[in-house]
Design a protein around this ligand. Structure first.
Ligand code: EPU
Length: 336
């Protein structure tokens, strides 16, 4: 296991901010994991796990970072696979797509690792990890043993799960079991923007590789690459309204501002709200909302998390004063 000392968190996270951490473990198997946890404990250091660091905004953290690099994709049943939590999510999407299997092709191009994707139930274009996930294997730091957690027990919701709350992180995900399908995504299940794109390009089939190519193309048009920009993907969650608030919204605003959910709830598009406030390309505190897509924030010259916090409050206040909707930041925050 590779162990490093005094490492800048800005080098481990794609938003590229954060102080220095005393200890970093790069783990590739379960033994490394238990050893890393024991070493951190012996030094009374709190533990935080990073996959790709693509959805974490780091401040000062005087603890131990575990970089999860547990890899491997192994078939364990018919279209059922066990996948190491440290696998890069897009590599896994590519692998199943090449096998002609459906279920993760629309998640192509999402940043980060499989473990990270489970923590926040990552998804895009109508698919998210909860739809293929059977079971999670994790190390329970309270009980000091490896456990299995079912999909239902993980309570995966919109960008949420039992693993998400940073202050109560108890489990370290080591691998997941997923079930893929042989049937392609149905025409009615296709996410609206993907459907429009396929119609425009006159693509005739809905095979996993056709959808993967289309999704990668769509993403390239409106999302910056992490090689070129410091970013953490979507910067705000899409706010959910229910009851009267949802009904009032539907009366007042156009259908392109939201998508309908079960129980009369609606999910407002944060990108739309920001765009309507004229915030595409808006810059403050060294941060910028991406000119092609207002939902994405880029770190141009922010020095630290404090700058990002000020930028967040600034932007959220503009949306709040126009729409009376409070935006919540999407990436996790790592601090002491
Ligand atoms: N929109 C605007 N202006 C903008 C951005 C968006 O008007 O600047 C409008 C779009 O035209 C569209 C609607 O808002 O009608 C929704 O936009 P889009 O489909 O681009 O994004 P989303 O559905 O809100 C979610 C995920 C993305 C994921 C896309 C595609 C969240 C917070 N984000 O965005 O995930 O790629 O769906 O399925 O749920 C991520 O989580 O890091 C991420 C990139």
């Amino acid at each position: 296991m590779k162990v490093s000392r005094d490492v800048a968190l800005s080098s481990l996270t794609t938003m590229r901010v954060g102080g220095r951490v005393p200890l970093v473990f790069e783990i590739t198997n379960e033994n490394d994991l238990t050893e890393a946890v024991a070493t951190a404990r012996a030094q009374s250091l709190p533990v935080f796990v990073l996959g790709g660091g693509t959805n974490v905004l780091a401040g000062q953290f005087h603890g131990a970072i575990i970089l999860n690099r547990i890899r491997g994709i192994r078939g364990i049943g018919e279209r059922i696979f066990r996948v190491g939590a440290g696998e890069v999510l897009d590599d896994v999407c590519a692998h199943f797509t090449e096998m002609g299997l459906s279920g993760m092709e629309c998640m192509s191009g999402i940043l980060g690792t499989v473990g990270g994707a489970v923590v926040q139930n990552s998804g895009a274009y109508g698919q998210d990890i909860s739809q293929v996930l059977l079971e999670i294997e994790a190390y329970d730091m309270e009980a000091d043993r490896f456990v299995k957690i079912s999909n239902a027990e993980a309570r995966l919701g919109y960008r949420s799960s039992i693993f998400k709350d940073v202050s109560e992180r108890r489990y370290i995900i080591t691998s997941v079991t997923v079930a893929l399908r042989s049937e392609f995504v149905g025409q009615d299940e296709l996410y609206f923007s993907l459907k429009n794109y396929l119609e425009k390009t006159s693509a005739t089939n809905r095979s996993p590789s056709t959808l993967r190519d289309a999704v990668l193309q769509l993403r390239a048009e409106k999302l910056p690459s992490i090689e070129e920009c410091a970013t953490a993907g979507s910067f705000f969650k899409n706010p959910i309204l229910s009851g009267d608030a949802a009904a009032n919204w539907r009366e007042k605003y156009p259908p392109e501002s939201y998508s309908a959910m079960p129980d009369g709830q609606i999910k407002l598009f944060a990108g739309w709200l920001l765009d309507q406030c004229g915030l595409k390309g808006y810059e403050s505190y060294g941060m910028q909302l991406y000119p092609k897509n207002a939902l994405i924030a880029i770190n141009k010259s922010a020095n630290d998390l404090a700058d990002i916090d000020k930028f967040t409050a600034d932007v959220a206040a503009k949306v709040s004063s126009k729409f009376a909707v409070e935006l919540e930041r999407e990436p996790d925050t790592l601090t002491d």
